[in-house]
Design a protein around this ligand. Structure first.
Ligand code: TRP
Length: 335
């Protein structure tokens, strides 16, 4: 991969705090692969962020490596994308510290993710959970990206990053490039199969389809998916009135590439009994090669290691340039 001054840069990360699921894939990762033709892309496993909530060390290790294997299996070519593990690039923690000193207590207090997570983990409201967004700003700004493709729930953190850029550049000149939030709206927003009002999430496992899940479990989850209690019992797209059916239609559309009208026609007069297993089968066939490829890659430890080593080296070269500039600007003695 050649650095090219004219190409735009993109960066995103996912915390290895849970196993990747269909929502991560259809909403985000699926769209990352094709971008490397147009952009310089950096994708990482945010393991430093993951420990803001207590993790079992063995699970964290397993999930981090599995996530990397899954990125590759989902079509992210490590030759064309820089794939790395956040903790391997020490510049993240270092710039994170500096940016902490340019982020206001009031700003951090207003972050909705902090408020949500503090409520959920009331016994472990640690400093890292509070300063999480400054570290995320560092993740972003080290690579001077043009765009940060993340879900709507992360928009507030990107906005905060933009405030930090303005504050920092206001004092020291043009150090950081101003990044833009890049809405992943081309990706489908996949909802929970059992509570379709909520986003699909690992915290409701019966409503969530994991990428590594066995076909029989996927089939069961789709058979039990909540459809709607309306009386017409037909497959019709109506996100307000029929959130369960509409979510299944979104999934089916994303997997098969069919439009809502085509899906309505396909299941006209057939009812939910035929529709739900059909969506399940389509998802099983979508995930089968991804699961098999992930398993194949995971079994090849040497390959996986070479990917994350090369990725970290490539990332560190870019990150170090930015960090050095920052250290100089704030008045640290070069060593
Ligand atoms: N906070 C993001 C999430 O929970 C993960 C993340 C960490 C991230 N650092 C990032 C995303 C930098 C984009 C850019 O989804």
């Amino acid at each position: 991969m050649e650095a090219n001054e004219n190409r735009k840069t993109m960066l995103s990360g996912i915390q290895p705090s849970g196993d990747l699921h269909l929502g991560n894939y259809l909403g985000a990762i699926k769209n990352w692969g094709g971008r490397s033709e147009e952009f310089d892309c950096f994708y990482f496993m945010a393991d430093l962020h993951a420990i803001t909530v207590r993790q079992n060390p063995a699970d964290l290790r397993r999930r981090t490596l599995t996530q990397l294997a899954q990125y590759i299996a989902c079509g992210l070519d490590p030759e064309k994308n820089t794939l790395f593990i956040q903790s391997h690039v020490h510049q993240h923690a270092e710039l994170g510290w500096v940016l902490n000193c340019y982020t206001m207590f009031g700003e951090l207090s207003r972050m909705t993710q902090f408020k949500d997570k503090s409520a959920k983990h009331a016994d472990n409201i640690n400093g890292g959970l509070f300063t999480y967004p400054s570290l995320m700003a560092a993740d972003i700004l080290l690579y001077q990206p043009d765009y940060v493709p993340v879900g709507a729930d992360q928009k507030q953190h990107v906005e905060l990053t933009r405030n930090i850029v303005q504050r920092f550049n206001g004092v020291y000149g043009d150090v950081f490039k101003m990044p833009e939030f890049y809405s992943t709206k081309e990706g489908a927003r996949i909802m929970c199969l059992t509570t379709p009002e909520n986003k699909m999430s690992k915290s409701a496992p019966e409503g969530c389809v994991f990428l590594m899940e066995k076909p029989e479990d996927i089939a069961r989850k789709f058979k039990r998916a909540v459809t709607d209690s309306d009386t017409e019992r037909c497959v019709r797209y109506d996100p307000e009135g029929k959130p369960g059916v509409s979510n299944l239609m979104n999934i089916y559309a994303a997997v098969t590439g069919r439009s809502m009208e085509e899906i309505e026609r396909e299941f006209d007069g057939k009812g939910y009994g035929a529709f739900k297993p059909a969506v399940g089968d389509a998802v099983i066939e979508l995930l089968r090669p991804i699961r098999e490829e992930t398993e194949r890659i995971l079994a090849d430890k040497a390959y996986l290691e070479s990917v994350y080593r090369t990725g970290a080296e490539r990332a560190a070269r870019v990150a170090e340039r930015t960090l050095r500039k920052v250290y100089k600007k704030v008045g640290f003695i070069p060593h």
